[in-house]
Design a protein around this ligand. Structure first.
Ligand SMILES: [Zn+2]
Length: 419
């Protein structure tokens, strides 16, 4: 009471329901003393009229103003119920703009989320500029970012789907390199989702979660994309051949299905791993297994064929890819392994579509562009320990449409020639 805040002071403050009582600069920071617009308050239990119990100051950080950090000092009203029979002891007023015990106003939290998510600023940097802790900012990113990322309408209709794998955690003494598969809208150049792993299985699992409608929209392009862009299916066929040959040789040699202790069964996963990802020890184990269980080199030859296909995908140019592809087919056909003959036949049938992977630079562009953004997010954050945080940050940076009001131009474009 008594103090009439001017409308302009309220406008500058911009906090709905609050009035500015005073503003003062303290050590280069702007302190704004505020209170809510007074009104008659009732008890939330009995509805009786509330009586004042005094005031308490609570401080929160707000968006900076005029280049100065801002502290909002809210002079909170404390209430008690006027009805002596009521059980309610006392309470302080609350506002959706400033949560109880918060260290930031809600609009500052929303802005922190935008700066970290949309603009890819480091959490630590934003925390420093707001004068709060890392966890306070990260909580704001989670609270404001999760609804955007989990919005069922976010993914929307997609006509061409691209897949891409990225290493998000490098191997160290205690862990292997971890990969994620990114799903990219090739037309819009937008990241749709990120899931752990990079097998065909994780792709199928993700697709299974989409609606029939969504899949129908993407299906035409997906079949196309799967054959043109996606090495997953091709390498998977090669892996299936490796598995088939291993089982057959195993059965021929031992007279039963593979089980623990059998030389080939013991290396079944190593055989499917990419050659360059085999450690020296793993490589030696694989070779020992083959020496013990693959007397005619049938499995070894199939493994080589699988690697030859992967090698084809590493080609930088179409010409080299063609040469490698044809070398693979020739080798597979001249082998004595029936499973490889079958694989060579399938590959030959799809030769054009498979090799198109190397000529569709344009359609790969958006995936590559998203991939660069992904790497940028990783770099700014100095890596992630938590996949959920990583996914949240990536999707906020390149998978969400931010609705931000644009400031109007303060000067219109003047005509060049004015008489
Ligand atoms: Zn009451």
């Amino acid at each position: 009471m008594g103090f009439e805040s001017s409308e302009s002071a309220v406008a500058v403050l911009g906090l709905e329901g609050f009035v500015l009582l005073a503003a003062v600069e303290v050590d280069g920071e702007l302190h704004q003393l505020v209170e809510t617009r007074a009104g008659i308050v009732g008890c939330s239990v009995c509805g009786g009229r509330a009586l004042s119990k005094g005031r308490r100051r609570t401080k929160v950080r707000d968006l900076s103003c005029g280049g100065r950090p801002v502290v909002v000092v809210w002079v909170k009203r404390l209430w008690r119920c006027g009805d002596a029979d009521c059980d309610v002891r006392g309470w302080s007023e609350s506002s959706p703009l400033i949560a109880p015990r918060a260290s930031l106003t809600e609009r500052a939290r929303a802005e922190a989320c935008r700066r970290v998510g949309r603009d890819n600023h480091a959490v630590a940097q934003v925390a420093r500029s707001l004068g709060v802790g890392w966890a306070t900012v990260m909580n704001a990113v989670r609270d404001y970012g999760t609804p955007l990322v989990e919005d069922p309408g976010r993914i929307g209709a997609v006509s061409a789907l691209g897949l891409d794998e990225t290493a998000w955690q490098r191997a160290n003494a205690t862990r292997h390199t971890s990969f994620v598969t990114g799903f990219v809208d090739i037309v819009a150049g937008r990241l749709l989702d990120i899931v752990a792993g990079r097998s065909a299985r994780v792709v199928e699992d993700w697709l299974e979660k989409r609606s029939e409608n969504w899949l129908a929209g993407v299906a035409v392009k997906l079949a196309h994309a799967a054959l043109v862009v996606d090495p997953f299916h091709v390498v998977r066929l090669a892996n299936l051949a490796v598995d088939d040959v291993r089982r057959r040789v195993q059965r021929d040699e031992l007279g039963h299905r593979g089980r623990k202790g059998d030389p080939l069964y013991g290396i079944r996963r190593l055989l499917l791993r990419a050659d360059e990802r085999l450690s020296e020890v793993a490589r030696a184990r694989m070779e020992a297994g083959l020496a013990a269980g693959d007397p005619d080199d049938e499995l070894y030859v199939t493994w080589q064929a699988k690697e030859a296909l992967r090698w084809m995908y590493a080609a930088r140019t179409m010409v080299v890819a063609e040469l490698r592809f044809d070398a693979f087919v020739t080798a597979a056909k001249s082998s004595v392994v029936p499973e490889l003959h079958r694989l060579a036949k399938t590959m030959t049938k799809w030769r054009t579509e498979i090799l198109a992977h190397h000529s569709t630079g344009a359609s790969n562009g958006p995936t590559e562009a998203v991939n660069l953004l992904i790497k940028k997010v990783l770099r700014v954050a100095h890596g992630f320990r938590n996949l959920d945080n990583y996914r949240l940050r990536l999707l906020l940076h390149c998978g969400v449409k931010w609705q931000t009001p644009q400031a109007t131009r303060i000067r219109g474009r003047a005509p060049r020639l004015v008489a």
